[in-house]
Design a protein. Structure first.
Lengths: 268, 698
């Protein structure tokens, strides 16, 4: 692929997305009313794909930032760099998104450092400005700009919880694994396996989701099912594919691994 | 070469013959006849067993030389250890039976090597049945395989099949068969069926059970095809070998839509036919137990469901106030071919709703018992209908252990190292955590005031060790520009020399990530001023640690015999330091003896659960490990040493602060040469403990 700047990252082909509720209409309404969005849901249930789909629908560039525990405010807003003996200001992704009227998607926002949240606060309420402290400027967001963050409430860690002052600024969209029927359709469409095999994979996923709280932190996500499906489509035997793409991804604990492998061996 | 007299002398010593009627001169020839290597082996094991019990050792000497001719030493070792385990668990008589009936042990050990053991497979099986849909089931040990609709019962050992792998598959088949009995109506229909109309009700019930196994096999093969194939491989020709009438029944039952009613309908035709041999995975039906279990559960779940529904509707009402019409709840059954998980749908005022997890689980469980959700179950409970006390088990009073009201419920077990035996005693210590009763007296205030200068000093010096955000200069990348570096670099550039690229500043957090557990001796010997000094030391330590921000826990330990090993919670890892903890420190009182192994093992586990990078276990002690009767001298020291070795192997750094001036004689053996400190003056303890901690972690 040719090199493009984030502002040029328009999604031209319709991404495959199966709505499971009214999330598309909600997102559009929030966008028209310039409200920021909070996507809640377990990992791998389609949040990122949904963002791509909405960017395509609204015809706005999509700038995605995956947050990590060393992500600072200047990583988002921008910083001075030294070029040829002079300092030069370089915009961070958030500032670029505001300038370009893009959709800025902060993935796994709770992973970022606490000071990062404060930067997005003025952008996420009716002021819609991005303060650029080091420049002494306020950047006003245009009507097309949209801020969306995602967050997985499944992590039961007090350190990884959103503060009320942050969460009460957002319109929340709740995502969960799709219904069995829909999920089978998604797995079949994404991986190219037949419908019966996809349905069995979904059944297996439900078994692992039954184990959540009984030794597993999370059950198998739709994404993992698609991975396993792709391996199966490339002629990997189903039990081997599930062991590699799903069981090993879910846990390291030997007994649990054995149990999950037994479950998949029972199904195929 | 040992002579008969040498051997007799050794046996005299091991078996303490002067206090018994054992004649070592009769026993010695038995050993003398062996090869020198075998003699050494026999004497070693006799000594080890004698450290547990001399009578078992005596019988061992009588039996073992003969067994040694036919068996490998490995089997003899296993036999001797098994006998000692049985002695620990069930006493002398049972242990002597093991020694006497060596043939049975050998037979069993053969079965063990090829069979599958419940203890080994239960972990995997439990996850496995949790993965299958429906009510969360429990696993338990029993003589036969049967279920009461909540617990899957399995035998301790399966050795019917030639290999361990096949026996494991049989375990799986038995567990899934029980799951299927619950999930596919076998139990529900059996309870409503009237077997008493038959002359021999037990026979009718047995036929029903056999028929259901045939039916459920097919159900399993459809839902879990992989497992179905495995089961067929375990016993392939079974159906084909059945009598004609049973074969016909099997064909009929294994169709896609057959129900338990079909099995009941076949009863008249098969009642007088001969019973076929049971399937490998035939599960017993104990209907009385099922009925009892269901009855209590159904009453409980009905009320619980109605209470939960009421709570949930209340929440819904608060979110979106309605016009005040009473909510109408209905359950709509899904079509037969709907995928699992969507088998039913709850509707509120005709709109489908997703109930909370707890309600959904109850609905699933009730549907399993009744086959449907009756309307009266969906009436939300009114106020006052629910008395939680009816459905929670009363907490055990830890003091009741000696009154015989309960034994080892709510306790954890820990192994203990038996030095004489050179082996662990399994689940030997019965450990309980108890809270120290807080005492609100003047102790805290008085201590803090007396040592106010020291407290301030400790806080300052500990604060200096805190993790902090440091501004790193001259970085390759960072948030700000390092002006000093830039000016230098520009000067360099004008000079014509190469310009550095380290021009940025960056905030970097240095994390300590330390968890420390303090294990405080609360044995009787600390009574008086040692206890006083310990409490002061703990208080000052807490004040200092609060300034530092390390995670820490404080537990006191004491015990009387292995049955009553107690850890006294003073502060848990996740508990904030406050008035309550201070009052508990004030409430630390001298208790009984110093059994240490269990405390180290338990705190090791707690420390490892914190996930901190550096984990410290610091013991405050006033003397050797010591307990009533058995934990004296070498035994106690060796067990403690073992426990510390285990801790070290799991990545913990143990350290000991002692006030026992004889400490240097045994502490290096237990903790290692450098991992202890002797505080000579008890009065210095409060100053020293915090200081030692600072040195350890700086």
């Amino acid at each position: 692929m040719a090199e493009i700047t984030p502002e040029e990252h328009y999604i031209t082909e319709e991404p495959y997305y199966e709505p499971s509720g009214s999330e598309v209409a909600m997102f559009e309404a929030a966008w028209h009313n310039r409200l920021p969005l909070l996507l809640k849901g377990p990992t791998g249930c389609g949040k990122t794909r949904f963002m791509e789909y909405m960017a395509w629908r609204l015809k706005r560039p999509l700038i995605t930032v995956s947050c990590h525990d060393d992500l600072t405010a200047s990583d988002l807003v921008g910083r001075y760099l030294v070029k040829g003996g002079e300092t030069v200001w370089v915009d961070g992704p958030l500032a670029r998104a505001v300038r370009a009227g893009a959709i800025c998607y902060l993935d796994e926002i709770v992973e970022a450092r606490k000071d990062t949240m404060v930067v997005i606060h003025p952008l996420a309420d009716d002021r819609r400005v991005l303060p650029m402290e080091k420049l002494g400027l306020l950047l006003q967001a245009g009507p097309e700009f949209c801020l969306a963050v995602s967050y997985n409430p499944g992590y039961q860690s007090v350190l990884k919880d959103l503060k009320q002052s942050t969460r009460q600024r957002f319109v929340a969209l709740e995502f969960d694994y799709p219904t069995a029927e829909l999920e089978a359709r998604i797995v079949a469409a994404e991986s190219g396996i037949d419908a019966a095999l996809a349905a069995t994979l979904v059944k297996f996923a439900h078994m692992t989701r039954n184990l959540k709280g009984n030794g597993l932190e999370e059950g198998a996500s739709t994404r993992l099912l698609v991975h396993a499906g792709k391996l199966i489509a490339s002629n990997v035997p189903p039990v081997t594919a599930c062991a590699g793409a799903i069981a090993q991804a879910l846990t390291d604990e030997p007994e649990m691994l054995a149990a999950i492998n037994e479950l998949s061996a029972s199904l195929f | 070469m040992l002579t008969a007299d040498d051997i007799a002398a050794r046996l005299d010593e091991y078996l303490e013959t002067e206090f018994s009627f054992i004649r070592s001169d009769e026993l010695a020839p038995l050993i003398l006849a062996l090869t020198p290597a075998e003699q050494a082996f026999m004497l070693d094991w006799t000594q080890r067993i004698a450290s547990t019990n001399t009578e078992i050792a005596h019988q061992f000497v009588r039996r073992a030389p003969q067994v040694l001719k036919a068996q490998e030493p490995r089997v003899i070792e296993a036999w001797a250890l098994h006998a000692m385990d049985v002695y620990d668990r069930a006493g002398l008589r049972a242990a002597l039976e093991v020694i006497q009936d060596v043939e049975r042990f050998v037979r069993h050990s053969h079965a063990r090597s090829a069979g599958a053991l419940f203890d080994e497979v239960s972990g995997v099986l439990l996850h496995f049945v949790h993965g299958l849909a429906g009510r969360p089931l429990k696993l338990a040990l029993s003589d036969t395989a049967w279920t009461d609709s909540e617990t899957i019962h399995l035998p301790a050992l399966l050795a019917q099949l030639p290999t361990g792998a096949e026996n494991f598959r049989l375990y799986k088949a038995l567990a899934v068969m029980q799951w299927a009995q619950i999930h596919h109506g076998t139990l529900r229909s059996a309870l409503t069926a009237d077997f008493a109309v038959w002359p021999d009700a037990a026979r009718a019930q047995r036929i029903y059970a056999l028929l259901e196994t045939l039916r459920l096999e097919a159900v399993i093969a459809r839902a879990l095809p992989g497992l179905g194939r495995e089961m067929q491989q375990l016993q392939p020709e079974y159906v084909a070998a059945l009598p004609a009438a049973w074969q016909a029944a099997a064909r009929q039952l294994q169709g896609a839509h057959s129900t338990p009613a079909a099995s009941l309908a076949l009863l008249p035709a098969l009642y007088h036919a001969a019973l076929p041999p049971p399937r490998l995975w035939q599960v017993e039906l104990y209907l009385q137990e099922v009925a009892a279990c269901m009855q209590t559960r159904m009453a409980r779940e009905k009320l619980l469901l109605r209470v939960r529904l009421a709570q949930w509707l209340e929440e819904q009402r608060n979110k979106a106030p309605t016009d005040g019409a009473p909510p109408r709840l209905t359950v709509r059954e899904a079509a037969d071919d709907a995928p699992p998980g969507d088998a039913f749908e709850l509707t509120l005022n005709d709109a489908p709703v997703a109930p909370p997890e707890a309600v959904a689980q109850l609905l699933t469980s009730i549907r399993l018992d009744l086959g449907e959700i009756p309307d009266e179950y969906l009436v939300p409970a009114g106020p006052g209908e629910y008395d939680p006390a009816l459905y929670t088990e009363p907490a055990d009073d830890p003091d009741a252990v000696w009154q015989g009201t309960y034994h080892e419920r709510g306790a954890s077990y820990y192994n203990e190292w038996d030095h004489g035996r050179q082996h662990y005693r399994k689940n030997w210590c019965v450990m309980r955590e108890r809270d120290v009763t807080p005492v609100y007296d003047g102790f805290v205030a008085a201590t803090l005031q007396r040592h106010s200068g020291l407290v301030a000093h400790l806080r300052r010096s500990f604060e200096a060790m805190r993790d902090e955000e440091r501004l790193l200069k001259r970085q390759v990348y960072g948030d700000g520009v390092d002006i000093d570096a830039l000016v230098e670099a520009l000067a360099d550039a004008h000079d014509g020399s190469e310009m550095s690229d380290r021009l940025f500043t960056r905030l970097h957090r240095v994390e300590r990530d330390i968890a420390v557990a303090f294990m405080v001796d609360m044995s009787g010997s600390t009574r008086g001023w040692i206890n006083e000094a310990e409490r002061e030391a703990l208080l000052l330590l807490c004040e200092a640690l609060e300034a530092l921000g390390d995670r820490y826990a404080i537990y006191g330990f004491s015990g009387v015999t292995r049955k009553r090993c107690e850890l006294y919670r003073i502060k848990r890892f996740d508990e904030p330091y406050g008035a309550e903890v201070r009052a508990r420190i004030s409430g630390v009182r001298a208790q009984d003896y110093t059994r240490m192994g269990f405390a180290i093992r338990h705190l090791t586990q707690l420390l490892n659960e914190t996930g901190a990078r550096t984990r410290l276990l610091i013991t405050l002690s006033d003397g050797k490990p010591d307990d009533y009767s058995d934990y004296r001298g070498v035994y106690g020291i060796e067990d403690t040493r073992r426990a510390l070795l285990e801790a070290r192997r799991s990545g913990i750094h143990p350290f000991c602060i002692t006030i026992d001036e004889h400490g240097p004689e045994y502490l290096p053996h237990m903790y290692g040469a450098v991992n202890y400190t002797l505080v000579n003056e008890v009065r210095q303890l409060p100053f020293k403990v915090a200081e030692i901690y600072r040195r350890l972690t700086a």
